[in-house]
Design a protein around this ligand. Structure first.
Ligand code: SF4
Length: 358
C-alpha cells in the first residue's frame, strides 16, 4: 500500500487567515527601499540579495548595486567581473553570476523584461519557485505563492509540523499556499499578502523568542496553543563544518600586489586572491609549497594577524604575511593589482586582510 500523501490545510477559513495577515501588514510593514517600486527588475534584485542574507545587510548593497546598474540594460551590458566586484562582500556569489546570466537571457529572449509566465521565469538561471513567485506576485500581482525561510517557520509553528521541513512536507506547503493565493480575496491583494507573510516571519514569528502575544495568527496557532514554539520548526541536520587553514603571501610592488585569479572551489571562481597554500604557519614547509605550486621563491618580511572567514559550511583561517619576492615573478596567471580596482572582484576575506595594511 502506498503511504498517504502529505497534505496541509489551514485551521481557519482562508479569508480569515488572509485578513489577519493583510491587516497586520498594513500597520507594520517596514519602509524598505525595494518597496518603493513595482519595477520587476528592482524587486528581483532585492529578492536575490535577500536569499540567505538579512535585510539590514542587504540595504546598502542593494542601493549600491542599483546606483551602478539602475536597469536591466545596464546590468546586461556589464562584464561579469564588474558585477562580482559590485556584489563583493555580500557573499554567495553564484547569485550575482546567475543574475547577470539571466539578464542576458531577458535581452535575448524576452525583449529585455522579466517574463510574466511562471514557467519561463523558472527557466532563468538562479530563479526557483520562491524567486519566480515573489517577483510575479509583488511586481505583477499574479497569484503565485512564496515559501521562504520566514514563511516556512510560521507554517511549521502555525500548523504544528513536528518533522523536519523538507521533501514531501515542503511540497505539501507549496500546494496549500497555491490554493490560498488562488482564493479571490488573496488574489486581489497577493503582493501584500505574500509580503505580509514574509514580514510576519521576519518581525514577529522570529527564529528565537517569537512575539506571540502580538501575532495576528495567535488565536489559531497550534504551537502557541501548546507553547511548543521554541521546538519548531524541527531542525534539518546540517552538513558538518569543515575547517581549512591557509598561508597567504602579500607581495607588494608600489601600491600593487601580486595576485592570481582563482578557478577552483571552495573559493569563488573568477575572484582575485593573494597566492596561498595550505598550512597554519609561515615556515620552511609552507614557503616551500609556494615555490612548488606557483614557482614563487619568497621570504618573510613580517607576519600579520590571522583572519577568519566563513563560506557556507567551511570555516577558513588565513595566516597572511608580507613577503619578499626573490627572483622573478611567474608570469602565467598572475597580475599586479591595486586593491579596490574595478573589474577585479575579491572575496571579503581579502578586505579583512587589507584592513591591517591600510
Ligand atoms: S502565534 Fe507565535 S508561533 Fe504562532 S505564528 Fe504567531 S508568532 Fe509564530
Amino acid at each position: 500500500m502506498k503511504p498517504a500523501k502529505t497534505t496541509y490545510q489551514l485551521p481557519v477559513p482562508i479569508e480569515e487567515f488572509a485578513q489577519a495577515i493583510l491587516r497586520w501588514y498594513s500597520r507594520n510593514r517596514r519602509n524598505l527601499p525595494w518597496r518603493h517600486s513595482s519595477d520587476p527588475y528592482r524587486i528581483w534584485v532585492s529578492e536575490v540579495m535577500l536569499q540567505q542574507t538579512q535585510v539590514k545587510t542587504v540595504i546598502p548593497y542593494y542601493e549600491r548595486f542599483l546606483s551602478v546598474y539602475p536597469n536591466l540594460e545596464a546590468l546586461a551590458q556589464a562584464e561579469v567581473e564588474e558585477v562580482l566586484d559590485v556584489w563583493a562582500g555580500l557573499g554567495y556569489y553564484s547569485r550575482a553570476r546567475n543574475l547577470h546570466q539571466a539578464v542576458q537571457k531577458f535581452v535575448r529572449e524576452y525583449q529585455g523584461r522579466f517574463p510574466v509566465e511562471y514557467e519561463q521565469a523558472l527557466e532563468l538561471p538562479g530563479v526557483g519557485r520562491y524567486s519566480a513567485g515573489a517577483v510575479l506576485s509583488i511586481a505583477h500581482g499574479l497569484p503565485y505563492p512564496v515559501l521562504d525561510g520566514n514563511v516556512s517557520r510560521i507554517l511549521a509553528r502555525y500548523l504544528k509540523i513536528d518533522k523536519p521541513m523538507k521533501g514531501p512536507i515542503v511540497e505539501a506547503l507549496w500546494s496549500m499556499l497555491g490554493k490560498v493565493v488562488r482564493n479571490p480575496l488573496v488574489t486581489s491583494r497577493v503582493s501584500e499578502f505574500n509580503q505580509g507573510l514574509m514580514e510576519l516571519g521576519a518581525l514577529v514569528c522570529t527564529p528565537a523568542n517569537p512575539d506571540c502575544p502580538n501575532c495576528p495568527l495567535s488565536q489559531s496557532c497550534g504551537a502557541f496553543r501548546d507553547q511548543s514554539q521554541s521546538s519548531l520548526p524541527v531542525k534539518v541536520r546540517r552538513s558538518r563544518v569543515v575547517e581549512l587553514s591557509f598561508v597567504s603571501a602579500l607581495v607588494r610592488m608600489g601600491s600593487k600586489y601580486l595576485m592570481l585569479k582563482n578557478d577552483e572551489g571552495p573559493f569563488l571562481k573568477g575572484f582575485w586572491e593573494f597566492p596561498r597554500v595550505e598550512g597554519t604557519r609561515i615556515d620552511d614547509a609552507s614557503l616551500g609549497r609556494f615555490q612548488k605550486i606557483y614557482g614563487l621563491e619568497l621570504s618573510m618580511i613580517f607576519e600579520m594577524e590571522p583572519v577568519k572567514h566563513r563560506i557556507t559550511f567551511r570555516k577558513l583561517r588565513f595566516q597572511p604575511f608580507e613577503a619578499r619576492l626573490l627572483g622573478n615573478p611567474p608570469i602565467e596567471g598572475f597580475s599586479w593589482i591595486q586593491i579596490g580596482n574595478r573589474g577585479f572582484p575579491m572575496s571579503a576575506y581579502i578586505r579583512k586582510i587589507m584592513e591591517q595594511v591600510e
